[in-house]
Design a protein around this ligand. Structure first.
Ligand SMILES: [Zn+2]
Length: 367
C-alpha cells in the first residue's frame, strides 16, 4: 500500500513537472505606446497623442503587473522618449513575445470624426485605411538614417506598400482574434465602433507574433479628446485592452495544454508519406509546397505549421519562406497540396534544384 502511494506520488510529481516544463516561458506581452519624445504623434486642441497613449500603456502595465504575475510585461517605452519603429519590433522579436500591442490615437482634419478601432496587418483595399497606416508609418521619416534602415521602404510612397502583398501573416488569425476581443470591449463601453480593420502598418509587419495596433479614438474631435485625456476615459479604455489580454492568454494556454496532452500525434497517411525521405538524384528537380513567409524565423514545431511535419525553409532577401514535404514529381506534390488545402488554402508549389529555387517552368523542362 505504501509502495503504491509512493508510486502514485512519484507519477504525479513527474506528470506535474512535465506540464510545468511545458509552460516554462511565461506568456509575454509587449506594450508599445506610439510616438514619444520629439514625435508628438497626432495633435489635438490641448493634448498630444504621445502623452495619452503613454498614460494608457502605463495603466495597462500596472493592471497586468498587479493581477497577473504569470505574465511577463515589456514596454517599448515607459517615459516620454523617441523610439525608432524598428527598435519597437526588435524588442518584441528578441523577447519572443506572445502578443504585441501598439497603442495610438487617431487624428484627421475633419473634427467630426470619432470612434475606436483595432488594426491587424493586412492590405486593405480601403484607401482610408492605407492613409492611416501611411500617417503612422511616417514616423520613420523622423529617424535620421531611415533610408538605410528600412531597406528602401518609403512610408509615403504607394509603391512601397506592394511588398506587403507578397507576405502572408502567419499570425493573422490570432491577431484578429485578439483585435476582436479589444474592439468588443470598446463597443461595450459605447465607443463609436470603427471595427477591426486591416492596414499595412510597418511595425505590425516586422513583429513575428500576434500583433495589433489600437486606435483609442480621435484626438482631433473635441469631445473625444476630452474623454481620451480624462481619468475615466483612460481607465475604461485600459480595462478593455486588459480584459482582452487575459482572455487571449487563457485561450492560448488552454490550446497549448490540449496540444501537449496528446492530440499532437497526427499521423494521417498523407503526413506519414510526406515524412518519407525522398531519394532524388542530384541535378533532378525537387517539388515542395510553400505554406507562408515570415520576417522572423519560426521553430519547426511552431503551432503555425498546424501540426505538419517535414517543414523546411529557404530565405529570400530578409524573408523566410516555409515549405512542406519534398517530392520527385510535380504530380505527387500537387496531390499532397490538395490534401492540406483545408489547413493552408493559399499554399502553392515551388521547385528546387541542388537546393536552389528554380521556376516551375525550369523544373518541368528537366527530364
Ligand atoms: Zn500614432
Amino acid at each position: 500500500m505504501y509502495f503504491r502511494l509512493l508510486f502514485l506520488a512519484l507519477f504525479l510529481a513527474i506528470t506535474f513537472n512535465q506540464s510545468l516544463s511545458g509552460a516554462e516561458k511565461p506568456f509575454t506581452v509587449v506594450v508599445d505606446p506610439g510616438h514619444g519624445g520629439r514625435d508628438p504623434g497626432a495633435v489635438g486642441a490641448t493634448a498630444y497623442e504621445k502623452n495619452i497613449v503613454l498614460a494608457v500603456a502605463l495603466k495597462l502595465g500596472k493592471l497586468i503587473e498587479t493581477n497577473n504575475k504569470d505574465i511577463k510585461l515589456i514596454y517599448t517605452r515607459n517615459t516620454d522618449v523617441f523610439v525608432k519603429l524598428e527598435e519597437r519590433s526588435r524588442i518584441a522579436n528578441k523577447a519572443k513575445a506572445d502578443l504585441f500591442i501598439s497603442i495610438h490615437t487617431d487624428g484627421v482634419n475633419n473634427k467630426k470624426v470619432t470612434g475606436a478601432s483595432v488594426f491587424t496587418l493586412g492590405q486593405d483595399k480601403l484607401k482610408e485605411n492605407i492613409e492611416v497606416a501611411k500617417r503612422e508609418n511616417s514616423v520613420i521619416l523622423l529617424e535620421e538614417d531611415y533610408e538605410q534602415r528600412y531597406e528602401g521602404f518609403n512610408p509615403t510612397s504607394a509603391e512601397s506598400y506592394i511588398m506587403f502583398e507578397f507576405l502572408q501573416d502567419a499570425h493573422m488569425d490570432q491577431s484578429i482574434a485578439f483585435a476582436s476581443l479589444v474592439q468588443n470591449g470598446f463597443v461595450h463601453k459605447k465607443r463609436t465602433d470603427r471595427g477591426v480593420r486591416q492596414a499595412p502598418y510597418w511595425v505590425l509587419w516586422d513583429t513575428g507574433m500576434p500583433s495589433v495596433l489600437v486606435e483609442l479614438g480621435f484626438i482631433t474631435n473635441p469631445d473625444e479628446e476630452r474623454y481620451l485625456k480624462s481619468e475615466k476615459g483612460q481607465n475604461e479604455l485600459t480595462h478593455c485592452i486588459y480584459d482582452a489580454v487575459v482572455k487571449f492568454k487563457d485561450d492560448y494556454q488552454r490550446k497549448s495544454m490540449a496540444k501537449a496532452s496528446g492530440d499532437d500525434t497526427d499521423s494521417s497517411p498523407a503526413l506519414a508519406r510526406a515524412n518519407r525521405e525522398v531519394e532524388i538524384a542530384s541535378g533532378a528537380p525537387v517539388y515542395k509546397i510553400q505554406l507562408f513567409a515570415t520576417r522572423t524565423l519560426l521553430d519547426n514545431n511552431d503551432k503555425e505549421f498546424r501540426g505538419l511535419k517535414s517543414i523546411d525553409y529557404y530565405q529570400e532577401k530578409k524573408i523566410y519562406k516555409y515549405t512542406y514535404g519534398a517530392f520527385a514529381t510535380e504530380k505527387e506534390a500537387a496531390t499532397e497540396r490538395k490534401k492540406i488545402s483545408s489547413l493552408f488554402p493559399d499554399a502553392f508549389l515551388v521547385a528546387f534544384k541542388d537546393n536552389k529555387r528554380i521556376s516551375m517552368e525550369e523544373a518541368r523542362s528537366k527530364p
